[in-house]
Design a protein around this ligand. Structure first.
Ligand code: PMV
Length: 323
């Protein structure tokens, strides 16, 4: 029985969230917490899924039923990825998919995109189908759009390419930054955020003030471009200041929470160069940047403000075969 295991990294948005949905660039880094997918070919024409991290066990369907009927949320990305891939390449073999994760789907590290990327990579390898990186991106991004209708695809790019990327919506630009790592502190707020509702919240808030929204996005773009240079120069003090400027604009977009604000303020008052939300906001994680000497006191301050420190290494490797 032929089988394969593939892994892909989670991600953290560094700069440019929300504006990236409207065509502006962002910076994203891949983190060393990975998602794993095992795919094996079956004799029967069935799709089977085991994803015990998200309480899916013995989920089964005939291939002809893929994408039809009630699909549990936790199975959607895998099932739609398989369905799209099977339709495009006219495949008929049954498969069993098993997923497991080094991180909780709740913290906002992008488990759905990492899983989508793993599945596409595994299927391409199993069925000997060559995909360029761009085709691979487009295919995976399509799955995300089919399910949630919105999103820039920055998380898909991070899962495929790894490293730290300068990214423009829909993968128009995907440029790796020339760096080794980024000394980030990550604090989880304990609240699960829903990306699409937060995108909609921003849209509604500015429905009658598009001019200001355009200005905010333009300011975010300037910050993203400058941060790209300063990150490559490892000028962490300036990168921290840029984080603070980006955070002010995110607050204006209305996606911060009092818990995130407290964690960010605590980090800064204990010596962080800067701190901000990472991602859609409304919960999930904040990130801070601090000198080596201050890391411990910043971490303690974030914890006292109610956050949980999640140790990560940035600039992690993109999708890869494990076996
Ligand atoms: O919710 P997250 O952490 O996946 O971040 C979303 C970032 C947005 O810019 C709001 C959406 C997107 O797809 O770029």
């Amino acid at each position: 029985m032929k089988k394969i295991i593939v892994s892909a990294p989670g991600k953290l948005m560094l700069f440019g969230e929300h504006a990236v949905v409207y065509g502006h660039p962002c910076l994203v880094t891949a983190v060393n917490q990975r998602m794993y997918v095992r795919v094996e070919i079956l004799d029967e024409e069935q799709f089977q899924l085991d994803a015990k991290d998200v309480k899916i066990k013995n989920y089964k369907k005939y291939l002809s039923q893929l994408g039809k009927g009630e699909i549990p949320d936790a199975a959607k990305f895998v099932e739609v990825a398989v369905k799209n891939f099977y339709e495009k390449f006219r495949l008929r073999n049954g498969i069993k998919v098993t997923t497991y994760s080094e991180f909780s789907f709740q913290i906002g590290f992008g488990s759905s995109s990492a899983i989508t990327v793993c599945i596409i990579k595994a299927l391409a390898e199993l069925f000997n189908i060559k995909l360029s990186n761009k085709e691979f991106f487009d295919f995976s991004y399509r799955v995300v759009l089919d399910i949630q209708g919105k999103g820039s695809g920055f998380d898909i790019a991070a899962a495929i390419y790894g490293g730290t990327l300068y990214f423009q919506s829909g993968g128009k630009i995907i440029h790796p930054l020339a760096i080794h790592s980024l000394p980030l502190i990550v604090g989880y707020s304990g609240i699960k955020a829903d990306t699409v509702s937060l995108i909609n919240r921003v849209r509604d808030k500015f429905a009658k003030n598009n001019k200001r929204f355009q200005e905010v996005c333009a300011e975010i773009e300037i910050i993203v471009r400058r941060s790209r240079q300063e990150i490559e120069r490892a000028n962490w003090k300036i990168v921290g200041e840029l984080m603070n400027r980006n955070q002010k604009l995110l607050s204006e977009l209305g996606i911060s929470t009092s818990k995130l604000d407290d964690m960010i303020a605590a980090a800064i008052s204990h010596g962080a160069y800067g701190a901000k939300i990472s991602g859609a906001g409304g919960g999930d994680c904040m990130i801070a940047l601090a000198s080596e000497d201050n890391i411990k006191s910043v971490e303690r301050a974030i914890t006292r403000a109610g956050g949980r420190i999640i140790p990560v290494e940035t600039n992690a490797k993109g999708v890869k075969y494990e076996k």
